[in-house]
Design a protein around this ligand. Structure first.
Ligand SMILES: O=C(O)CCC(=O)C(=O)O
Ligand SMILES: [Fe+2]
Length: 382
């Protein structure tokens, strides 16, 4: 093991397998039907086929790749180049824009997943700058705060290329949310309003070569807490997806200029579990560094919490109700979530409020999934 910090070492049962399963891949979906300027979303027979493909992929895999998505290749190449430049700098330079308790965006190199350190470094930025969020998770506190992006001195075009890329990602996310709504039998714009005060963010990932790739992971197994994830991976590859049918880890073969899409917890809730947020992880290797870029579309804080924690009807925009739910769970009011989703996502939200304390014993107050009230996806109270 040499000098590798034991904090990086995965428990035996979660270490990557030496023999990668590459046989069957996640579905590859061609979006040209909706990417062409003359496409007509209303009466296109091809649209019906596409919607069915999206629905099947979400249901059977929770993951798919898209091609002919309409995102100009140059925008992706620009951000990839700037990301390489940024991570290539000495640590002291990157640490000038390090995330901390006050500045929750920027560079970070000690991320942990399930208490094991990830073999990676990241740079986070919000799509809305600044993003307005509650200053505290307590519903009685009405104060809001603003999260600002941090920008390094070099590369000096990082901000511009990230903002350009974010605009493209927003368009793609909007198209995908529309297709997913249609695939659930909902109007195409059913979810759009929830993103009006979005808290979406972009993460640049860098996975350096690792001397113990059979013991460590770039990102340990996890599910994403967001609505969707739109991931651009480079040609090195390393993403693995847990196949729903048998729990086998499958390697996602890099497809040039494709984006990998996965269903997050929020869509799982919005679809009443018809679509599931699926476990995945990122492997590292000893020979080549790897880069990827994630866009995590998050609805406004209110809708996150309505979905993930059952916000009360009286909730004011931006009040975090998820945590409150832990304390008031017995009321069963608008409870739309089951234990694991609440746990995971609430932890994610609390991690952004490091000074707040999670109520003790809260898990015991969570209802079992069989007690859960389903989301009224066809009604108006979503
Ligand atoms: O880089 C990857 O392949 C996966 C990253 C990921 O799963 C995440 O950031 O949530
Ligand atoms: Fe992920």
């Amino acid at each position: 093991m040499g000098e590798v910090d034991p904090a990086f070492i995965q428990p035996q049962e979660h270490r990557p397998k030496p023999d990668i399963t590459r046989a069957e891949g996640i579905p590859l979906i061609d979006l040209s039907t909706i990417s062409s300027p003359i496409s007509n979303l209303d009466n296109d027979q091809a649209l019906g086929v596409l919607v069915e493909e999206i629905g099947d992929a979400c249901k059977n895999w929770g993951f798919f790749q898209v091609i002919n998505h309409g995102v100009p290749l140059a925008k992706r190449q620009n951000i990839e180049k700037a990301s390489r430049f940024f991570f290539d700098q000495p640590l002291e330079e990157k640490r000038k824009v390090r995330r901390n308790e006050e500045k929750v965006l920027g560079y970070y190199d000690t991320e942990h997943t399930k208490n094991v350190r990830d073999w990676k470094e990241v740079f986070d930025l919000n799509v809305q700058d600044p993003t307005v969020v509650p200053a505290s998770y307590k519903p009685a506190h009405e104060e809001l705060t603003r999260w600002f992006n941090q920008w390094p001195e070099y590369p000096n075009d990082l901000r511009e290329v990230c903002e350009e890329y974010a605009k493209e990602m927003e368009k793609l996310a909007c198209k995908l949310m529309g297709l997913i709504a249609l695939s659930l039998g909902l109007p195409e714009d059913r979810f759009h309003g929830f993103f009006e005060e979005q808290t979406s963010f972009i993460r640049l990932n860098h996975y350096p070569p690792c001397p113990v790739p059979d013991l460590a992971l770039g990102v340990g197994r996890h599910k994403d807490a967001f609505a969707l994830t739109i991931l651009a991976q480079d040609d090195v590859g390393g993403l693995e997806v847990k196949r729903k049918t048998d729990g086998e880890w499958l390697w996602v073969k890099p497809t040039p200029n494709a984006y990998i899409i996965n269903v997050g917890d929020i869509i799982q809730v919005w679809s009443n579990d018809i679509y599931e947020s699926v476990e995945h992880r990122a492997m590292v290797n000893s020979g080549r560094e790897r880069f990827s870029i994630s866009l995590f579309p998050w609805p406004s804080t209110l809708h996150q919490c309505a979905a993930l924690g059952g916000a009360r009807k009286s909730a004011k925009p931006c009040q975090i109700q998820t945590i409150q739910l832990g304390e008031n769970f017995s009321s069963q009011e608008n409870v739309v979530i089951f234990r694991s989703l609440t746990l995971r996502t609430s932890r994610f939200i609390t991690s952004r409020y490091p000074n707040q304390r999670w109520p003790k014993n809260w898990t015991e107050r969570c209802p079992s999934s069989s007690n859960r009230t389903l989301m009224p996806i066809n009604g108006s109270t979503l």
